[in-house]
Design a protein around this ligand. Structure first.
Ligand code: AP5
Length: 212
């Protein structure tokens, strides 16, 4: 299965993509995770990406297109993949269309997860990620950035771009740059729209129902 997960920041793309990828035994390719790993490692890509991510902007298309094409050429993606966070602009979507067509790898579906804005803002404010194993948590916002991971005892950290002012910028960048992809994929007959509210299990059931 070749899938794209679409939706605003905090919609649950990463949460659902991880679970779907485990079930289907295909790679979950998150461009946000790739960029954060590069930033943590201090690579040239990471240093460049950090400047854009910190302010809630987008890393330039040319960088992202090259990065994803290289990832899709890896052998583990030949049997399918779930893209999370890419494409994010019309230019990225068109480059992906061309790459997949040229390589005989058509998409099966694009899942758009819809969540009201108020809930998105609350989810991002309360998101904490274990700095050791990457497990994600939701905390009461008043709890602050402290706490330990239940799974491994690592420190729970707040993502740099989950600060209130950066979230507002990410939302407007999404509306301007990424929301037009809904029409792009609807026109191609690939779009599957799923309500992203309710429990993680409920959302997962809706997605698997749409993909059946
Ligand atoms: P990226 O990491 O892709 O961030 P994003 O798209 O803003 O998405 P998020 O990771 O914030 O949210 P999500 O939808 O994955 O939700 P999640 O499952 O985490 O990108 C970060 C940055 O990298 C970008 O801003 C940009 O700078 C750069 N970048 C990345 N790709 C790029 C590209 N292609 N081009 C250019 N730049 C790029 O869930 C959110 C929270 O909600 C979690 O705490 C989770 O536990 C919780 N949650 C999930 N589901 C539920 C539920 N059903 N109920 C309650 N809580 C839930």
């Amino acid at each position: 299965m070749r899938l794209v997960m679409l939706g605003p920041p905090g919609a649950g793309k990463g949460t659902q993509a991880k679970r779907l990828a485990e079930r289907r035994r295909i790679p979950h390719i998150s461009t946000g995770d790739i960029l954060r790993a590069a930033a943590a490692a201090g690579t040239k890509l990471g240093k460049e990406a950090r400047r854009y991510m910190h302010d809630g902007g987008l890393v330039p298309d040319a960088v992202m297109i090259g990065l994803v094409q290289e990832r899709l050429r890896q052998p583990d993606a030949h049997g399918g993949f779930i893209l999370d966070g890419f494409p994010r602009t019309v230019a990225q979507a068109e480059a992906l269309d061309g790459f997949l067509a040229a390589n005989g790898m058509p998409l099966d579906a694009v899942v758009q997860i819809a969540v009201p804005r108020d809930e998105l803002v609350g989810r991002l404010a309360g998101r904490r990620t274990c700095g050791t194993c990457g497990t994600m948590y939701q905390v009461a916002v008043s709890q602050g950035p402290n706490g330990r991971c239940d799974a491994c005892g690592g420190p729970l950290l707040q993502r740099d771009d989950d600060r209130e002012e950066t979230v507002a910028r990410r939302m407007s960048v999404y509306e301007r740059e990424t929301a037009p992809l809904v029409g792009h994929y609807r026109d191609k007959g690939l779009l599957r729209e799923v309500k992203g509210t309710g429990s993680r299990d409920e959302v997962f059931q809706r997605i698997t129902g749409e993909l059946r």
